[in-house]
Design a protein around this ligand. Structure first.
Ligand SMILES: CC(C)(COP(=O)(O)OP(=O)(O)OC[C@H]1O[C@@H](n2cnc3c(N)ncnc32)[C@H](O)[C@@H]1OP(=O)(O)O)[C@@H](O)C(=O)NCCC(=O)NCCS
Length: 193
């Protein structure tokens, strides 16, 4: 049986360690660790542990994690292909541990999942206006794919419950169409690039 991954403690990541980070599909064992990592990442909306287990298991083809040489999770990406939009990958949450930011890991995770979905020509995500890092991430993806990025209303703030603090609006970023990467393969990709 595979050991359940843990979340890496907060200590600065050496470049040599970063080079050993491996990306892979999620497995059911990752659900609890992603739930913990979400908390360590901050910013992201909290969700139930069951939801992360469900995504790690039932949506493993459209979710991914990044683990370091010791098997600790340092980043995750969850998303799905909406049944009504089989050509679109919708990113739900992406989070990188603070000690592993700025190393291109989030961009690699997006490429890693999109490259295993040969029918996908568009990427969608909602990005709250205050999240400049998230906006930069998706704009960089659009540039890499040489694809158009269109921003529309998405989910306005009044779609969320009227609680304090209020939920920010979530404008929709739609990127595409793009061509599948030359390395696109529906088989498992465990490379670090
Ligand atoms: C957003 C997040 C996932 C980016 O992770 P990352 O691994 O540091 O991002 P990358 O290194 O792959 O950078 C991707 C691009 O975004 C840019 N970027 C990353 N962080 C940035 C920041 N704080 N401000 C401005 N630009 C930023 C990078 O320069 C890069 O653009 P470039 O290719 O033009 O240079 C990370 O900051 C995070 O986990 N934030 C908290 C959770 C969150 O808000 N998730 C997104 C919403 S679901």
């Amino acid at each position: 049986m595979l050991d359940a991954p843990t979340v890496e403690p907060a200590k600065a990541m050496e470049p040599a360690t970063a080079a050993l980070i491996r990306l892979r599909r999620t497995r059911p064992e990752d659900g609890a660790a992603i739930w913990s990592l979400r908390e360590a990442v901050g910013t992201l909306d909290p969700n139930s542990a069951y939801l992360y287990l469900l995504l790690a298991d039932r949506f493993r083809d459209t979710c991914a994690v990044a683990e370091d040489a010791s098997g600790g999770l340092v980043a995750f990406l969850t998303g799905f292909v909406p049944p009504r939009q089989p050509d679109t990958y919708f990113v739900w949450q992406i989070g990188v541990h603070t000690r592993a930011r700025g190393l291109g890991l989030a961009g690699r995770l997006l490429d890693h999942v999109v490259d295993r979905l040969p029918a996908v020509r568009f990427l969608e995500a909602t990005v709250s206006p205050s999240n400049t890092a998230s906006s930069a991430l998706f704009r960089a993806f659009a540039r890499r794919r040489e694809a158009k990025l269109v921003v529309s209303a998405g989910y306005p703030a009044d779609r969320f419950p009227a609680v304090e603090p209020p939920h920010e609006a979530e404008p929709l970023y739609r990127i595409g169409p793009f061509e599948p990467s030359p390395t696109s393969s529906p088989t498992e990709n465990t490379s670090t690039s």
